[in-house]
Design a protein around this ligand. Structure first.
Ligand code: FE
Ligand code: FE
Ligand code: ZN
Length: 284
């Protein structure tokens, strides 16, 4: 079965997100750990989490994906900005221990003229400070579109970050289809080659999640503007090939398309209809 969901607002808590997901025929979802621009996280409601965990088990909600605020910059030239990223991510990870076994995705950051090498060092330094051997969350680096001085626009850059992290078993990658397209990976005409490249450079076992988005811009535009499925330069056929690809089809997919819940429900239905279950059936 296809594991698919979309980005949901976390303002009403976990149980509300779980119910919203089930209502639109999703079996996972993504959410911001706190206001994506701001800093302050609401106090955890442990009763809500307990109800959510029961509900998720009953309704077979799969691994969910928490997304760090996108304003964090772990490789800012300003020490105070890096420190803020470190504290926020450490706090998010400790909160996520209440919902063990899920993933936490973040944007590696922008090196703002310090150079890619320096940026990569600063990002892995923070990861080495916040990861703990006993944690139950996998931290994911998101593939980036490469606007401005964004780090993570190539598989090689992500690999360099991973190489410098000590607790590698707690790390993975989230591939965003809009971002890799914008950064120049042709997933429309050369999906197999892109996946092979990912495997050769990073290793497919590190790929833990897919952000499934169309793109408003052409290949290599370095822009990062998401489009609804089938309304951008990637197109619905190519995105269906992503969802059905033997190396990807078991991963959780998260829509971050510009939609309301109704629009998400339609995209989820479209993708479920286009997902062929035939080649995963166990003949035994
Ligand atoms: Fe993101
Ligand atoms: Fe994304
Ligand atoms: Zn994006």
């Amino acid at each position: 079965m296809l594991t698919i969901g979309c980005h949901l607002s976390s303002s009403k808590g976990y149980l509300a997100m779980g119910k919203e997901a089930v209502n639109i025929n999703a079996n996972t979802f993504q959410f911001f750990t706190r206001n994506p621009r701001g800093s302050k996280a609401k106090d955890l409601n442990l009763k809500d989490i307990k109800s959510y965990l029961d509900y998720a088990r009953e309704h077979r909600i799969e691994k969910i994906l928490a997304h760090a605020p996108y304003t964090l910059n772990a490789c800012s030239a300003q020490p105070s900005v890096r420190e803020f990223a470190r504290l926020t991510m450490a706090d998010d990870l400790s909160r996520m221990e209440h919902t063990p076994g899920n993933c936490y995705n973040f944007h590696p950051g922008s090196h703002v003229g310090q150079g890619i090498e320096k940026g990569i060092c600063q990002i892995s330094e923070i990861l080495n400070e916040i990861l703990t051997p006993e944690q139950h969350t996998t931290v994911l680096l998101e593939t980036m579109a490469g606007k401005g001085s964004e780090v993570g626009r190539t598989f090689e850059e992500l690999k360099s970050i991973l190489d410098q992290v000590v607790l590698k078993e707690h790390m993975g990658v989230c591939l965003d289809t809009c971002h890799v397209w914008d950064s120049g990976y042709d997933i429309v005409n050369h999906l197999d080659e892109v996946i092979t490249q990912f495997d050769n450079i990073i290793g497919l076992k590190k790929l833990k999640a897919i952000h499934l988005n169309d793109s408003l811009n052409p290949l290599g535009a370095h822009k990062d503007r998401h489009a609804c499925i089938g309304e951008g330069h990637i197109g619905s056929e190519a995105l269906l090939r992503v969802v059905n690809h033997p190396a990807l089809r078991e991963l959780p997919f998260y829509l971050e398309t510009p939609n309301d819940l109704n629009g998400y429900a339609k995209e989820i239905q479209f993708l479920r209809n286009g997902y062929s279950d035939s080649n995963v059936k166990n003949p035994a």
